[in-house]
Design a protein around this ligand. Structure first.
Ligand SMILES: Cc1cc2nc3c(=O)[nH]c(=O)nc-3n(C[C@H](O)[C@H](O)[C@H](O)COP(=O)(O)OP(=O)(O)OC[C@H]3O[C@@H](n4cnc5c(N)ncnc54)[C@H](O)[C@@H]3O)c2cc1C
Length: 299
């Protein structure tokens, strides 16, 4: 790859100035775990690389105004072991703890995961679950906040403008809620999600109350599971409820597959067709086992 300019701002003011030089052919570099792989695999005609690793405002995990603010340059490794994240957003902690390998977790950032906009990315489903907001910073030195569910526009596409970067992620704190995350991949370690499931709930009288669920990696965007509360909420959960939720998710995946078959560009591999519809049952059982274990742990 030939590239004429490398920019590395070290303050927000410098960042705004450098963003003003970005064109459609410019690239933003964070931890490089995705970008470097892409640059090595195909020729890219870039006029400028903007490295954002030296901007102090891109770092930090702190409680502010009822939210936890996470700098876009925080790595999965840092997030997985952060006490605030462990206390309020267990699903995020679990998701970060299972991203790629230790090397990927040490370099890969939450901002990079969102910027990459992969269908299989683990961060966006979790941010949907927590109703997170993504703060975007631009060449004028101002920022705007976008809801997690409005950020992605499809595979590899986001609302990010050319002269804009992700500055931080804001997640509202709901102290009374617990959460968890499970993903199924092609292998045990260093695996990309084939299916991910994130759940959050309140404990009430020994039952799961106001259950929220998000299904990831099966469609171009994560999916809200309205049925999660209907099936699991405020009752004793046994095999019947687990099977009912599995059947519902399996049906959702079947419909997505049927729709995809009608779009030749999106045609999926034969082996995947039925696999996810069946495998989701295991993911539901795993998630519910963790939810039950977490409840026992809090008794
Ligand atoms: C072996 C391997 C395993 C992986 N496993 C997982 C996994 O289990 N789960 C998972 O979710 N991902 C996984 N990934 C994908 C990747 O590591 C993550 O998405 C990571 O978080 C990317 O962060 P980064 O800082 O390295 O981004 P970079 O590679 O630097 O950038 C990725 C993209 O985001 C853009 N970008 C980066 N930061 C910003 C920002 N602040 N504002 C705007 N745009 C930005 C870049 O321009 C680029 O397009 C894996 C990757 C590899 C190579």
């Amino acid at each position: 790859m030939a590239c004429e300019t490398y920019l590395q701002p070290s303050s927000l003011t410098e960042l705004a100035e450098d963003l003003g030089k970005m064109t459609e052919k410019s690239l933003v570099l964070a931890g490089g775990t995705d970008l470097m792989v892409k640059l090595r695999s195909r020729p890219v005609d870039a006029d400028c690389i903007l490295s954002i690793c030296k901007v102090p405002d891109m770092k930090g995990i702190e409680e502010r105004d009822g939210y936890v603010r996470i700098g876009a340059m925080e790595t999965h490794g840092e997030l997985a072991k952060n006490p605030l994240i462990e206390e309020y957003f267990q699903a995020l902690s679990m998701a970060c703890d299972h991203v790629g390998s230790k090397q990927i977790r040490n370099k890969g950032t939450i901002g990079g995961s969102l910027g990459n906009a992969s269908v299989a990315g683990d961060m966006l489903p979790v941010l949907y679950l927590f109703h997170g907001e993504i703060e975007l910073y631009n060449q004028n030195g101002t920022s705007r906040r976008v809801k997690a569910e409005e950020f992605s526009l499809g595979v590899g596409k986001t609302v990010l403008e050319t002269q804009e970067v992700i500055l931080a992620i804001w997640i509202p704190i709901h102290k009374e809620r617990k959460s968890c995350f499970v993903k199924l991949g092609g292998r045990r370690e260093v695996t990309i999600a084939e299916i991910s499931l994130a759940m959050s709930w309140e404990s009430q009288r020994g039952a799961f109350h106001q259950v929220d669920g998000i299904l990831g990696a099966v469609d171009v965007k994560p999916i809200y599971l309205e049925e999660a509360d209907e099936i699991l909420g405020d009752k004793e959960v046994g095999e019947a409820e687990k099977d009912q939720l599995s059947a519902s998710l399996s049906e959702r995946i079947r419909i997505i597959r049927e729709n995809r078959k009608r779009q030749p560009k999106l045609r999926i591999r034969d082996c995947e067709k039925v696999y996810k519809e069946r495998a989701v049952k295991g993911v539901v059982y795993d998630v519910l086992n963790i939810m039950e274990e977490m409840e026992r742990g809090y008794e």
